[in-house]
Design a protein around this ligand. Structure first.
Ligand SMILES: Cc1cc2nc3c(=O)[nH]c(=O)nc-3n(C[C@H](O)[C@H](O)[C@H](O)COP(=O)(O)OP(=O)(O)OC[C@H]3O[C@@H](n4cnc5c(N)ncnc54)[C@H](O)[C@@H]3O)c2cc1C
Length: 400
């Protein structure tokens, strides 16, 4: 069974970039791969053997990678590959990992099992920035119509700042959609740049409207605001509310850093809008990726709401491990919350603090904060990674 994006019929085909992102120990993606390596991930070990020079990233010879994965799986004595479309949900115990382009028949079956309202076909991802990278002097905390401080951070813009922001948004380079994605937007969930194209004031009366907000610095209502909403309980990540976008990633940095308080914003997740089948996992799955209403059925990969090659492999590994544990009568097991794999599973099982559930990639904002404050970004990343790998080791040694 193939999809409009896959071409070769091989397992493990990388449909777009041949990079599994950073290998650096101080980087969230590097940590995820280090953990996957420690957990014995086939994807990471084959990627290491098929690597091509790519600086500090792990990029692979994509054909060699897919061939090696295919050989490892088809050659395994306990695996039988059936290259057909599966239109129904398999009997539990089972893992469903049919990816962002899940076929129509299986999508219908998933909608039947979970309810159509809990199955999504497009993501609409707004960028997430780290709290520590924000400049609070440019922001004020407030909720609309509330005199109190409130839950949002607001970046106030005057007239000149607003139109200059709109100009950079409109002139920014966009990610080119794939053929099967073009023009398919939902009216209620349009990219910010598409809204801005409808009129230079559209955002000012929509997602950047200033009503109910008074800037304490001026005592006045700003001309427009960009709102940031807390994404996690620890308050380490903020979501740029309503700014789902198809701008290229470097352009997101350039454009959104022009907003007050965001001049040095560190992007933990970039905005995007893709054709992407995924379920409303926080309502449907436990942190071990098992369906709450169908014991023994696990949902993994992009379908459960993680985003990226390595993240999908991580979810697959946890779902596979737990499926095996169900078969052998053992309790579920999820790596600790200090690990990137464990943090991703917790995000899947719990979702964001507020707002809609959208796919998530590996980032340090998912991990519980360190006990001590480390200002240097690289040293902080290294400390988080060291804590994670230590706790993963301990968890693995206690695993029965
Ligand atoms: C066009 C595109 C480009 C992407 N580019 C990147 C990128 O550059 N970097 C990145 O990190 N991530 C990228 N992603 C996200 C990427 O899909 C995931 O990161 C990862 O491949 C998802 O892994 P998965 O195992 O969940 O799904 P997949 O890798 O898609 O595997 C799912 C498999 O299930 C099969 N399938 C679907 N329905 C059925 C059915 N009914 N019966 C039997 N088999 C079925 C599919 O044919 C597919 O082979 C991209 C996604 C798309 C769609």
């Amino acid at each position: 069974m193939t999809t409009p994006a896959h071409r070769t019929g091989l397992l493990g085909e990388l449909v777009c970039s041949n990079s599994l992102k950073s290998l650096e120990a101080s980087n969230a993606h590097g940590l995820l791969k280090a953990e996957l390596g420690a957990l014995g991930s086939l994807v990471v070990s084959v990627a290491g053997n098929c690597a091509v020079p790519a600086g500090k990233a792990l990029a692979v010879d994509r054909l060699l990678f897919a061939r090696t994965i295919t050989e490892s799986i088809t050659g395994h004595p306990n695996i039988r590959v059936v290259p057909e479309e599966r239109a129904g949900i398999p009997e539990a115990p089972a893992v469903v990992a049919s990816g962002p382009l899940t076929s129509d028949g299986l999508s219908d079956a998933l909608a039947g099992l979970f309810g159509a309202a809990h199955l999504f076909f497009y993501d609409a991802i707004a960028p997430i920035v780290s709290a520590g990278s924000l400049d609070s002097s440019g922001l004020f905390p407030a909720s609309r119509y509330s005199g109190e401080e409130g839950d949002y951070l607001n970046a106030p813009l005057d007239r000149e700042q607003y139109y200059s922001f709109i100009d950079s948004l409109l002139s920014a380079r966009r990610h080119q959609p794939h053929g099967f994605e073009e023009g398919r937007y939902f009216e209620g969930c349009l990219p910010a740049e598409v809204l801005a194209e409808r009129g230079r004031d559209t955002l000012r009366f929509g997602l950047m409207k200033p009503v109910g907000l008074v800037d304490p610095l001026t005592g006045k209502r700003p001309y427009a605001v960009a709102q940031l909403r807390r994404e996690d309980r620890a308050g380490s990540m903020y979501n740029l509310v309503g700014f789902q976008t198809q701008l290229a990633q470097p352009e997101q940095q350039r454009v959104f850093r022009t907003l007050p308080g965001l001049g040095r914003a560190e992007f933990l997740r970039y905005g995007s809008m893709h054709r992407n089948t995924f379920i409303n996992a926080p309502r449907l799955l436990s942190e071990n990726l098992e369906a709450r209403t169908r014991p023994g059925l696990f949902i993994a990969g992009q379908l459960c709401g993680v985003e990226g090659y390595a993240e999908s492999a991580a979810a697959g590994l946890v779902a596979g491990l737990n499926c095996l544990r169900v078969i052998s009568g053992r309790p579920p097991a999820v790596p600790p919350e200090e690990t990137m794999v464990g943090a991703l599973c917790r995000y899947v099982g719990r979702g964001p603090l507020s707002g809609s559930y959208q796919p998530m990639n590996a980032n340090f904002g998912l991990l519980p904060p360190l006990g001590t404050r480390i200002g240097d970004k690289r040293l902080k990343g290294e400390a988080l990674a060291a804590r994670s790998l230590e706790s993963l080791k301990e968890w693995m040694s206690g695993l029965s």
